[in-house]
Design a binder for this molecule. Structure first.
Ligand code: CA
Length: 234
């Protein structure tokens, strides 16, 4: 059930909006004062705000501005005067929609639904975009598996295939210690006795690219006598 917050000091109007929204299965909360309304809005638990412009305590513009700094959920601004709407449209703080009183409650419900569905599409697209590229980010290091690119402090570093595979494997399994033999097997795909030195050489090259101080590595630690461990950064 979508949660809607109405901040409106004219209780009759607020109740009317609430009735219509509840008929469409929305969960509606009313607050009739600006300061309380802002507090409630900033709790972050609402899917949409219906915000009156003129309120006791704090006006709708201030509340909208503060809300916008933290949340992307839709805001519909309501005003008694058309001139006010024209004025606030010009401000940098952005509500998603504006309505002038008196309006038909079913028109309000239609707009609420439209904005909620637009917002859902928007957030869904963002999620899809994020999952398109498989990315590991830790500290100053950013590994894009899909594009096979590595960035450190926003600067791209060039990696050979095996260097990349090795770094990615370690970063994907943080805080695990891997013996060199196992790494060789995982990355080069076969077990070999003599080629453990290859792992050491590759680790050295990776460190030269990603570590600030290769003698005191932050990302890939040497566990003496055992192997290597990738340390996830905060
Ligand atoms: Ca008012």
């Amino acid at each position: 059930m979508k949660k809607i917050l109405i901040i409106e000091d004219e209780l009759q109007i607020a109740e009317l909006e609430k009735d219509y929204l509840e008929l469409s299965d929305f969960d509606v909360t009313i607050v009739t004062d600006g300061i309380e309304g802002e507090k409630e809005a900033m709790s972050g638990k609402y899917d949409l705000l219906i915000l009156d412009l003129m309120l006791p305590g704090r006006d709708g513009i201030e509340i909208c501005r503060k809300f916008r700094n933290h949340f992307l959920q839709p805001v519909i601004m309501i005003s008694a005067k058309k001139e006010d709407i024209d004025k606030i449209r010009g401000l940098s703080m952005k509500a998603d929609d504006y309505m002038t009183k008196p309006f038909s409650p079913s028109e309000l419900v239609a707009r609420v639904k439209a904005h909620l569905s637009r917002y859902e599409d928007l957030t869904q697209q963002t999620t899809e975009r994020e999952t398109e590229n498989e990315i590991i980010e830790t500290g100053d290091l950013r590994i894009d598996k899909t594009a096979r690119r590595v960035f450190i402090r926003d600067e791209e570093k060039s990696f050979t295939t095996k260097e990349f595979d090795l770094l990615y494997f370690l970063a994907r399994n943080p805080d695990h210690v891997f013996p060199k033999e196992e790494l060789f097997q995982k990355i080069w795909g076969f077990s070999s006795v003599g080629d453990i030195a290859t792992v050491t050489v590759h680790i050295k090259k990776i460190r030269e690219k990603v570590e600030k101080d290769t003698s005191n590595p932050e990302y890939i630690e040497t566990i003496w006598g055992v192997g290597y461990r990738f340390k996830a950064q905060n």
